[in-house]
Design a protein around this ligand. Sequence first.
Ligand SMILES: [Zn+2]
Length: 348
Amino acid sequence: MPGRPLMEPAPGAPRGHGGGEALLGELETLVQDVVRTSSWWERHGVDCAILALSLLSVPAGFLSLRSENVLVLALGIIILGVCHYTLTVKGSHLATHGALTESKRWSRIWELFFVEVCSSFSAEYGKYGHVKMHHGYTNVLGLGDSSTWRLPCLNRYVYMFLAPLLIPVLTPLVAVERLRKVELRSAVRTLGLISLGLYAHYWLLLNVSGFRSPGSALLCMFTTRSLLAHPYLHVNIFQHIGLPMFSRDKKPQRIHMMSLGVLNLPRLPVLEWAFGHSIVSCHVEHHLFPRLSDNMCLKVKPVVSRFLQEKRLPYNEDSYLARFWLFLSRYEEFMVQTPPITELVGLQ
Ligand SMILES: [Zn+2]
């Protein structure tokens, strides 16, 4: 995306002095060189093609559910479940960051489609919570510290194994609750688009898949919408919680904030297809350059990891299983207690 700033500076971050700014500038030049020599297909095409393929597979999913054969039925559930997560997690995430297209108008259309129609969430609140707070104040306590993912009233097993099932039910309820804080016009639009998405899903199950009762259609909606809810919840907590947390008045410079406070998981094909590289194996790259598409995050990953390692800055990586056991064994410390603040002398 030539000419467009790659980074969204953390609000209030110190500018123009210190080694952090210079390092970030150096890294941005290297990444910008990769972006400049990449084609449209690499910058946006690959990810748009994955989303288009997911949309085009949806009819096959609904039609498979007509079958009496258990294997075909299971295939239909898997197709609809994976497509649901690709459209709602990968699609909504890229659309919220404006990473799908360089056109502002189309960015807005995709944002409303993926976030409100497909994900039953509010586009305004999604952008505020994710782009402004989580990206702007990564791991800053009380602002972008992933505390929305903490449910201290639940024990470790209930949280890790049962709580994910609440995601499809809670998402539209949280969205409706947040509507109190937005303008009436946006609230009416959000409510209309969320209802359209949910009703279309229900209607297709009754009229295309041949479900006879509302109960069975609703159960099928719930099953496909919670198919990848477990890894989705786990990945969201693995990426930041348990890493250094910062205080509001002494937060480090942006490059240190991202290098210390963000973790990459290894390449996990199904999760990367459905959630996008930027949420799985390229989360560090995504936090440094949030306007890059998933495919570009993967392309700049060697440049970013080499740079951070050469400058002796942390580049956090861990496996899904290692994080999973770590969270199960240190659940109280990570998910219940308030995390300790890491003070970095000279990096603020
Ligand atoms: Zn993001």
